[in-house]
Design a protein around this ligand. Structure first.
Ligand SMILES: *Cc1c(COP(=O)(O)O)cnc(C)c1O
Length: 373
């Protein structure tokens, strides 16, 4: 049989390049024969999950033969309370990644368009392009701008037209660590037409401490075309469970619910996420550790003479001043996994997650040796 899956695939899917995740520790140890390696490549919380979330997981384990609550009632109620909105405004996802895809499925067609920024989180364009929609990419701020590589919302606004159905904003954005302050972001949202949904992805919301940084969920009552996404993968330390959510106007939530898999968030994830919300002290410890880690990394990069960019999240963008692929490889041989950004069109840059004090020290040593070698 003359079979070629590519020839029969949806044309838009044929053109996609898959997302490249951070290298798992097991894979590094298998391939390089190193041990005790550390992963600072996927912006996970180095403190791990709340002990309360772990206890809730254990307590829920006996029930995994049952389908989960497909409506996610308990978790949605807890999130509704947290954000001061009705439960109908919350849509749960298998990670917020799931919600970003549901938005594309619900609002995009091959005839419509999405807008995002250069250097924006890769999933936005992948999710949009998979539907056959056209993705327009606005140039980011230049490297001499105070928010180098950041989203230029004025440039993004110029790409919005009568076919634009979705605009994705990473705030803060990954992999750049850049962000948009409240005034500029709200003015951009207010400028958008009613036929355009604006998605403000706040995956790192809990980490951000700058007073000018907005809680975009505060604006939902004013802008029914606004969708805010959040996750339990980052500051809450539950990346492996896959749970995130959108907060939106109930009409938008109703549409997302039509394309959502009925059981997209598993029962263990729902139980652990509820418990994580009930442990603000663990979140505070995580944020404080990250704050200290950001200082430690900035001082370390300065000592090594490595250009680094300001970050309000739990990772830092660095410029190796030379092709970063070889630096990444050399760090792997020292058992330290960071993230190369060639796929983002940043061949000289690495994205490095804030780890524990010890992990940060080890990463800086590996970087120093990689740069010297
Ligand atoms: C990590 C991340 C996400 C999604 O993470 P999930 O684990 O799918 O919730 C979304 N947006 C950005 C910018 C991220 O960095």
């Amino acid at each position: 049989m003359d079979f070629d899956a590519k020839n029969i695939a949806a044309p838009a899917v044929r053109e996609l390049a898959p997302y490249v995740p951070g290298k798992p520790i097991e894979e590094l140890e298998r391939e390089y024969g190193v041990r005790d390696s550390i992963k600072l490549a996927s912006n996970e919380n180095p403190l791990g999950p709340s002990p309360k979330a772990l206890a809730a997981l254990a307590a829920a384990a006996g029930d995994i033969w049952l389908y989960p609550d497909g409506s996610g009632f308990g978790l949605r109620a807890a999130l509704a309370k947290r954000h001061g909105v009705p439960g109908e405004w919350i849509t749960l996802g298998n990670g917020s990644n799931d919600v970003l895809v549901l938005l594309a499925e619900a609002f995009l067609t091959p005839q419509s368009e999405a807008v995002c920024s250069e250097y924006a989180f890769a999933i936005y364009a992948i999710a949009a392009r998979a539907t056959g929609a056209t993705v327009r990419i606005a140039p980011a701020f230049p490297t001499d701008h105070p928010m180098a590589f950041g989203h230029d919302v004025e440039a993004m606004a110029r790409l919005v037209n009568e076919r634009t159905r979705l605009v994705y904003i990473g705030n803060p954005n990954n992999p750049t660590g850049t962000w948009i302050e409240a005034g500029a972001l709200e003015a951009f949202i207010a400028s958008l037409p009613a036929h355009t949904i604006v998605v403000v992805d706040q995956a790192y919301f809990e980490y951000v401490e700058d007073a000018r940084y907005p809680d975009a969920a505060d604006w939902l009552a004013r802008y029914p075309n606004l969708v805010v996404t959040r996750t339990f993968s980052k500051a809450f330390g539950l990346a492996g469970l896959r749970v995130g959510y959108a907060i939106s106007h109930p009409q938008v939530a109703d549409l997302l619910n039509r394309v959502r898999q009925p059981f997209n968030v598993n029962s263990l994830a729902q139980a652990a996420a509820i418990a994580a919300l009930e442990d603000p002290a663990h979140l505070e410890r995580s944020v404080a550790a990250n704050r200290a880690g950001l200082v430690q990394l900035a001082q370390g990069f300065d000592r090594l003479g490595v250009r680094h960019f300001p970050s309000v999240a739990n990772f830092v963008l660095v410029d190796c001043g030379r092709p970063a692929g070889a630096v990444y490889e050399a760090m792997l041989r020292h058992g330290v996994i960071v993230r190369p950004l060639g796929g983002y069109g940043m061949p000289n840059h690495l994205r490095i997650t804030v780890g524990t004090t010890t992990q940060n020290e080890r990463m800086l040593e590996a970087l120093q040796q990689a740069l010297a070698g």
